[in-house]
Design a protein around this ligand. Sequence first.
Ligand code: NDP
Length: 444
Amino acid sequence: MSYVDEVIEQVIVKYPDQPEFHQAVREVLNTIRVVIEADEEKFRKDALLERLVTPEREIKFRVSWVDDKGQVQVNNGYRVQFNSAIGPYKGGLRLHPSVNIGILKFLGFEQIFKNSLTGLPIGGGKGGSDFDPKGKSDREVMAFCQAFMTELYKYIGQDTDVPAGDIGTGAREIGYMFGQYKRLTTSYEGVLTGKGLSFGGSLARTEATGYGLIYITDEMLRCHGQSMAGKTIVVSGAGNVATYAIQKAQSLGAKVVTCSDSTGWIYDPDGIDVELLKDIKEVRRARLTEYKNARPNAEYHEGRGVWQIKCDIALPCATQNELHLDDAKQLVANGCYAVCEGANMPTTEDATQYLQDNGVIFIPGKAANAGGVATSALEMSQNSERLSWTFEEVDAKLKAIMENIYHNIDDTAKKYGMEGNYIAGANIAGFEKVLNAMTAQGIV
Ligand code: NDP
């Protein structure tokens, strides 16, 4: 058996209850096979792949907090410090009932290659809790965040591990966590990114993942002799990534006709009204049924279904494994030209294969949504310098980073004889830099 297959098998046997982690490992290892097999015995002797798929550290802790009724609640908290070969661990904190160690290992593993692709010195990590912020009062969210940080602060720091937001962790949660870190350590440092602008946050960080997704999509289109103007786009999600992707796409002349949340989805033939969406989701924290009430021309449907709508470009921006094989078939039948992932691993393995087999351009999340973490790294730089850059400065750097990522994955795919296969391009380009650093640093 080849070394790559051996390690994939080991991961499945060793961690049978972590299917998302298997999926991420399989996808990456299968595409970097060409690099590994060029010097297989050396890599096997160095246990390079075993080290790559094993986190440097997995931290699990209890989070006890008191709800508004005086009842004590207990959640699990986690931080997976996956790989620090090229810099301090960097990756978000997810607050969602589905969070478990397997989900965080998949996200942390992906983060290694994504962070490498940004060209910035950041390693891979991820964390979070099975706490559900939905339906909680502000005081309860604060109580949870303070209890969570009371344990997490021991393991993080501006030069060791710098967490950020993710699903369920927005500006409010980062603010409460930062306040607690400062209280516990008496240190005012850039230990978290996604902070508010008045206490070390970076302009354009909020917009960065969504904007970055559109910048890389636009560059890909330009290189294929096309442009964003006039394109019909289907987006899933109604959170941070989706909102700013819709806003930037529409500012470049595309029409985005859908969005969705965990209970239903909107089809708005006139184009999604972003200001209304932001008011519903960011201010009122309400459901998408409110959107339909304000826009009579729009349709609201329960459940999932955005991928049925005819489009030129599909941007899955909600969560993992939300675009299935049937959806991929529908997109192909409707003449979809490209799928660019705003979320992490939103497309299932069989759907990805189907899209690629049917000539749909596919940019994987680790390249397409890297704008968020790249701008987080820019926030770290500003914190270290104790300076704040203007929105335009940060946005220009973000755009340059995303264009650079596109050319890097495109060139790498060509170099290895897989032109147009951006999954292979992203995995190999991300891996080569990490490999180089791991090799140079010896067996650690
Ligand atoms: P948010 O919490 O802001 O938004 C997530 C959106 O997806 C919400 O509309 C939510 O619905 C919906 N959603 C969540 N879980 C499910 C589910 N199981 N089924 C259907 N819909 C669901 O998160 P973000 O926008 O920050 O993140 C979205 C994705 O992008 C994630 O995969 C994240 O890891 C990835 N990402 C985020 C980055 C960032 O900077 N924020 C950076 C890189 C990647 P509801 O409104 O009902 O909760």
